[in-house]
Design a protein around this ligand. Structure first.
Ligand SMILES: Nc1ncnc2c1ncn2[C@@H]1O[C@H](COP(=O)(O)OP(=O)(O)OP(=O)(O)O)[C@@H](O)[C@H]1O
Ligand SMILES: [Mg+2]
Length: 331
């Protein structure tokens, strides 16, 4: 966290209504490596990458609390750089986190962005994400679980170890091997302090119960983030974003049909089948693209026009509830 700090007139970062704006002023004036400004000990060329990561996060719909937190981490690390410059003490923080939220609320996507960001800021040296679940950690005989868990921690060093549905580790109580996985993880957090970040994710209620099963846990995860369910309007924004990113377009009737599908699906999900938020929208859009392709092939004898190739029509928007659930399993 040492190194030259870029003069503040060259980097301008503002936080406004949960928007993170990164503006580089005149980066082209720095012609050679020697005179190239630095940012937290990294060349300013890294700043471009940092800006891209922030933009990626900013593009995500909603998630205000997540955006706040990322800005806090950014500010802390930047100020740490300034402090180091004047010889003040460097204090390291613990970045292990709990992500609480239903399926498809952006947990894995955000974890991946945070991993890249912390690598760019020099906190992690690799910035990769290893995503695992109970079966990857828990073994079949005494000692096997500790071995499996330690192997995964080793793979995650320099990056993020993301454990989905982490509450399932506490499911079987004292005698279950899940407990051995938790104990091994807690030990690894001590042994490899600051060498990896552990993110535990899962449904809100289950995660809260899980944290209570082990009194040592809450203090080890100082950052707890909620990923709320998206509103219908937010899901529509996500749908429009996905359509645009993939070079397709919607007509107003299609928008209406998508909205109806989302409202119906949200209403129909019961306690057994949790609504899968943005993931449902992605499945709906991807199925609509397949339906669109079949429709064009069936009805067009000639090369379809550019407009036909882009426009998703209301009749393309069909996703059976069964299909939505099956897709969910494989994604
Ligand atoms: N806020 C958002 N804006 C745009 N796209 C989003 C947003 N949240 C999620 N998505 C998209 O929805 C899909 C599912 O997101 P993701 O896998 O991150 O969810 P998750 O919370 O990890 O789900 P699960 O708990 O089921 O693993 C991805 O394609 C992701 O890009
Ligand atoms: Mg996920």
């Amino acid at each position: 966290m040492s190194g030259r700090v870029v003069p503040t007139d060259q980097i301008h970062i503002t936080k406004n209504a949960h928007q993170i704006n990164v503006v580089l002023r005149n980066p082209e004036v720095h012609v050679n490596a020697e005179s190239e400004p630095h940012f937290h000990g990294k060349p300013l060329s890294q700043q471009g990458q940092f800006g891209e990561i922030m933009k990626e996060l900013d593009r995500m719909v909603g998630l205000d609390q997540v955006k706040e937190l990322v800005f806090e981490i950014y500010a802390l690390l930047r100020i740490a750089g300034f402090r180091a410059e004047v010889g003040l003490m460097a204090n390291t923080q613990v970045y292990h986190m709990i992500f609480k939220g239903n399926p498809g609320t952006g947990k894995t996507t955000v974890a991946r962005i945070i991993a890249k960001l912390l690598q760019t800021m020099g906190v992690l040296n690799k910035g990769h994400l290893i995503e695992v679940e109970r079966a990857d950690l828990v073994g079949e005989y005494i000692g096997h679980t500790a071995l499996k868990t330690r192997e995964l921690v080793k793979k995650a060093l320099g990056g993020v170890l993301f454990i989905d549905e982490a509450y399932s580790l506490a499911r079987g109580g004292e005698k279950d091997f899940g407990k051995e996985a938790i104990d091994t993880l807690v030990k690894a957090m001590e042994d490899h302090k600051n060498q990896f970040i552990l993110i535990l994710a899962g449904y809100s209620n289950e995660m809260e119960t899980f944290m209570q099963t082990n009194p040592g846990l809450p203090s080890r995860f100082p950052i707890q983030l909620d990923f709320p369910d998206y509103s219908v309007d937010q899901l529509m924004q996500i749908a429009e974003m996905m359509i645009k990113e993939r070079d397709y377009a919607l007509i107003p009737q299609t928008e209406l049909k998508i909205r109806q599908q989302i409202v119906n699906e949200k209403q129909q999900t019961d306690t057994d089948t949790c609504f899968s938020n943005a993931r449902y929208v992605r499945n709906l859009i991807e199925k609509a693209m397949r339906n669109h392709a079949v429709r064009l092939l069936n009805y067009n004898t000639q090369q379809p026009s550019k407009q036909d190739l882009m426009i998703i029509r209301p009749e393309d928007v069909r996703l059976e509830r069964k299909a939505a659930k099956e897709n969910y399993k494989f994604l």
